[in-house]
Design a protein around this ligand. Structure first.
Ligand SMILES: NC(=O)c1ccc[n+]([C@@H]2O[C@H](COP(=O)([O-])OP(=O)(O)OC[C@H]3O[C@@H](n4cnc5c(N)ncnc54)[C@H](OP(=O)(O)O)[C@@H]3O)[C@@H](O)[C@H]2O)c1
Length: 251
């Protein structure tokens, strides 16, 4: 396990040219930033979020710029039919090789003590942040070749207990552990699985968690870009099982 990038053995980058990635929560925030980065590196991206307008804006801009293309498929990752469509689309495109589980739900706005949240919120957060990403991985793996990479977006609240981190923190911890298990189970297939804590970012998720917070004082999702360039320059099996702190990446 690594909390930060260290020396790696092979450093064989995943070449994105003409290949395909699947990114959830791509309509804004970190997911939009990652989609932009992947397209700039030549990846085609099957992108999803519930808001079709936000997704269309991201896709329209990136499809005008290239070189990668965005296939925008709006919908909810909790919907099995939607997930099947995403995977069918990604699997039919050349070189499906990256899955980014980025879409997530905080559950309550503003954040509040765990026991104050309705039980239904526990269910929705676990469904969005754990069940749906695991199902997406399960459905994607048969299409992923050796040298593919699965990225689960984590949070500091997965490893630190904060008051009001709520079931969100528990869901991120659960997904971290599921990712570590999958990293072992998928090693033979040559598929890497990593968890990435992007750090605090001034996005809508943060604004909804802490209404009134000064978002301009927080780092933007773009602050994580050096880390993503580093990660995409590694061979997935060299980093598999790792948990990375994107904003603490220094080279
Ligand atoms: N912001 C932070 O400070 C921070 C810190 C640590 C970790 N993170 C993690 O970083 C990731 C990205 O968060 P962000 O800050 O960029 O949040 P954001 O700006 O609110 O973006 C979240 C994205 O996920 C989509 N989404 C949410 N639920 C979905 C669902 N059920 N199906 C499909 N798409 C869904 C949203 O679109 P729709 O609402 O239109 O569906 C949106 O595109 C999350 O995993 C979050 O836990 C964020």
């Amino acid at each position: 396990m690594h909390d930060n990038p260290t020396a790696d053995s092979r450093s064989t980058p995943i070449d994105g040219t003409g290949r395909t990635a699947l990114v959830t929560g791509a309509g804004r925030g970190l997911g939009a930033t990652l989609t932009t980065l992947l397209c700039a590196r030549g990846w085609n991206v099957v992108a999803t979020s519930r808001s079709g307008d936000e997704l269309a804006a991201v896709a329209g801009k990136l499809n005008a710029e290239g070189p990668g293309r965005v296939v925008a498929i709006p919908g909810d990752v909790c919907d099995p039919g939607h997930r099947a469509r995403l995977v069918a689309e990604a699997g039919a495109l050349p070189g499906f090789g990256i899955v980014v589980n980025n879409a997530a739900l905080m559950g309550v706005s503003p954040i509040a003590p765990l026991l104050e949240a309705p039980v239904d919120v526990y269910r929705r957060v676990m469904e969005t942040n754990v069940v749906a990403p695991l199902a997406l991985i399960r459905e994607s793996v048969p299409h992923l070749g050796s040298g593919s990479l699965i990225v689960n977006i984590s949070s500091e609240s997965a490893v630190q207990a904060f008051p009001c981190a709520g079931v969100y923190g528990a869901s991120k911890a659960a997904m971290d552990q599921a990712g570590r298990i999958l990293a072992l189970e998928l090693a033979e297939a040559g598929i890497g699985v990593v968890a990435v804590d992007p750090g605090d970012m001034g996005t809508r998720m943060y604004a909804e968690a802490e209404p009134g917070a000064d978002l301009s004082a927080l780092p933007s999702p773009e602050s994580t870009l050096p880390f993503w360039h580093w990660l995409l320059g590694r061979h997935p099996t060299d980093v598999s099982g790792g948990r990375f702190l994107a904003q603490e990446h220094t080279r």
